[in-house]
Design a protein around this ligand. Sequence first.
Ligand code: ZN
Length: 363
Amino acid sequence: MIEATVSSAPAAPLPSPRVMYRALTRRDSAYEGVFYAAVKTTGIFCRPTCRAKKPRAENVEFFPTASAALHDGYRPCRLCRPMDRVPAPPPVVARLLRAVEQDPAARLADKELAALGVDPSTARRRFRAYYGLTFQAYQRARRMGLALREVRAGRPVIDVQLDRGYESASGFRAAFLRLFGKPPRGARTDDCLLARRLDTPLGKMLALADRQGLRLLEFVDRRGLEREILGLRRRLKCAVVPGASATLDAVEAQLRRYFAGERREFDLPLAPVGSDFQQQVWAALRRIPPGQTRSYAEIATGVGRAGAQRAVGRANGSNMIAIVIPCHRVIGADGSLTGYGGGVWRKQRLLELERVNGGAGNR
Ligand SMILES: [Zn+2]
């Protein structure tokens, strides 16, 4: 939980793109830490002060944090090392970064680290101490970011990227195929899960839907998202492809209005995948009115399983349709927020949003 808070809590709002682009071309050190500049054509992100040749304005994308750039599929520049602080990272930390770039789609476990001559627990501790982000979270961000590049474009661009010599082309393809599966040949995507990335004030989200309805809606930096996607693919026997559908259009439109404070309830076809008990708990969650919260014990009683708080907690945590199935409205009996897959800071922001937009009689 702490890791998600450190890595993805949004920084202050960004200056205007024009101001940032000017700062970038002037290598203005006053903007150090204010924004990161990512170059669409190379897949690399930099500090404002990087001495590399500056990209054209239309090829730059700005991010408030390094984590946000990672989640968009960019890797840190080797010249300006935008992840690094002063003093420079310890050699073992630098080695971990290089090891990831050998195959950014893979997962480096303790065994592989040991094979590199690195003591895993020391290396992980030093990585986290230096970056304020666990090594695991860094790898996850690289893999997810690469896989999601395809989804961002909303069309198959793998080959385009390869043609352009995109820096991490191989990692990009491997990450996509590993997470989303091999798309079927031809245009038939009826049996696939269609994917769309959504921008929200609390960060990027991924939505997956098929003909039955919405299957998944999660923040892209949520821990366990890869496991959820692989589980869904196995259960539904399908691949994930970027695409368009009426359900995804509705998700996007309703989420926008929700965050704008113009909508409190969702009216979407939902098709959550889970056991009977999980389905009962998720249905109970949907009966909690916006602006209100319930305890785990209350939900347990509501589904006829008084005393089964733990089981309810697990079912709550395995909800894959964030916000719409409002697992964020379940809190501890003492009023504490307990946990949240997308980070407790998001749970808090969602509850605040619903309280502010709630009020008596404004439902
Ligand atoms: Zn750079």
